[in-house]
Design a protein around this ligand. Structure first.
Ligand code: AKB
Length: 322
């Protein structure tokens, strides 16, 4: 399937390529644009062997403007997909680093986007821009944004920067507020929605899991393949159709930790889930349960495809290597 990305740009640099989104996005971008036209950049986390063998790779400290500048020039890219980020729980432990990696680096990319006439910048935001004062059910595209974490603060400020550069400089910046993403292929850790991935691995390995949020915690969650498809749809969309230059709400599934555990138990007889909420419970409680993503559906045809039952089947098959 072709998304028609080549109408928007021809060569792209992907930062944070070893992370959860990058690990799945890079192979699809390479299939779409040609492997030689997708440069995968990592830093501290080594890039997976398959990614290194599959096309050009590099190492960049994204907080270093000159390093980003050199990578864009050397590899002659006309687009940047800037995925490097410290997630919510890690951002609370390392707030200064979260500020630098999540926000300072974004400003560098946007400045370079203007200076080097990039044709597109993609940058991920998150449901972490919402906070305890945001309506939790069917959270609208435009609503109260008072995040309770450093991660959320950097994402909110980043959204404002994206929209400013789009308006002030005409830079084609596109962004999605990802919900918690579930993948068996890559797991970077440091997030609040990690329990929804960890539970599958623990169930398979040990037949039990100790969950760090309460059983009644409901969060928006999405299978990674749906998120990747949506990301490519947005990247390929006609710029005239895009009405949001901060970041698009992206929903998907919404289920409680207990509902997830029940689904896991259908695949692992005797599976036991215990609940020992820790500081991440407070972060989870400040995020929405369900997201209204109708604007993304209208503007660029977003539609999630994978339900909870299919998701559990895919996760267990993938973990088993099938
Ligand atoms: C996290 O839990 O921090 C992330 C997110 C929702 O952005 N998965």
């Amino acid at each position: 399937m072709s998304y028609g990305l080549s109408a928007r740009f021809s060569r792209i640099l992907v930062t944070g390529a070893a992370g959860q989104v990058g690990a799945d996005l890079v192979p699809v971008l390479r299939a779409e644009l040609g492997a030689e036209n997708v440069i995968a950049a990592g830093n501290r986390t080594p890039l997976p062997e398959e990614m290194r063998r599959g096309g050009p790779c590099t190492t960049i400290d994204v907080t270093d403007r000159q390093a980003l500048h050199d990578a864009i020039r050397t590899h002659r890219v006309d687009a940047v997909c800037h995925l490097s980020t410290l997630l919510s729980a890690r951002g609370e432990a390392e707030p200064d680093r979260a500020w630098d990696v999540n926000l300072v680096s974004l400003k560098h990319v946007l400045d370079l986007g203007v200076e080097l006439s990039l044709r597109q910048v993609f940058w991920p935001s998150s449901i972490a821009v919402f906070g305890p004062t945001t309506p939790r059910e069917d959270t609208p595209q435009r609503t109260i944004l008072e995040p309770g974490t450093m991660y959320g603060v950097t994402k909110l400020a980043g959204e404002a920067l994206c929209s400013y550069y789009a308006r002030r400089h005409g830079l084609d910046v596109r962004s999605i507020r990802y919900p918690g993403l579930l993948s068996y292929r890559a797991f970077s850790g440091g997030g609040t929605t990690d329990y929804a991935v960890e539970i599958f691995f623990a169930a398979r390995r040990e037949g039990r899991y100790t969950c760090f949020v309460r059983p009644d915690t409901v969060l928006p969650l999405l299978y990674i393949d749906d998120a990747i498809r949506g990301t490519l749809q947005l990247m390929a969309a006609d710029p005239a159709a895009l009405t949001v230059r901060t970041s698009y709400n992206m929903g998907g599934l919404a289920f409680s930790a207990a509902e997830l555990a029940a689904e896991v138990a259908r695949h692992v007889p005797g599976f036991e889930c215990r609940y020992e909420p820790d500081r991440r419970q407070q972060i989870a409680a400040s995020w929405p349960c369900r997201i209204d993503d109708s604007q993304a559906r209208r503007d660029w045809g977003w539609a999630p495809a994978t339900g909870l039952e299919d998701l559990a089947r895919i996760m267990f098959r993938g973990i088993a290597g099938g």
